[in-house]
Design a protein. Structure first.
Length: 107
């Protein structure tokens, strides 16, 4: 979770992705953003690709974000081997939709 310092959810998500790319030079965006349901709230999802430092294989990185009532942003990351990404995308979607976010708006 990160604290939003102004900006809309897409801008905040873009900052998060750029931060990941600084430490993962092979990280690449695979498309734009799509709206997604995260625990009954409107969030954003984007898919990236990366090369695993462990296996050397290409992996799909699914990044989802949702803004909480107190202004912080919850981010959820799912990583799967690229050749199995379609199988995992359905699972990642079910996890996002079934999440229960209990934020009272206070820290």
């Amino acid at each position: 979770m990160t604290r939003a310092e102004g900006g809309n959810l897409q801008q905040i998500t873009e900052q998060l992705v750029r931060g990941f790319a600084e430490s993962n030079p092979q990280l690449r965006r695979q498309g734009g953003y799509s709206r997604t349901n995260i625990g009954g709230r409107q969030g954003l999802t984007t898919t990236l690709s990366n090369v695993s430092e462990v296996t050397g294989d290409t992996e799909a990185v699914n990044v989802s974000t949702v803004q909480l009532r107190d202004g912080s942003v919850l981010f959820i990351i799912g990583v799967a081997p690229a050749d199995e990404a379609r199988t995992y995308l359905n699972t990642f979607s079910r996890v996002r939709q079934s999440m229960q976010i209990a934020d009272s708006g206070q820290r």
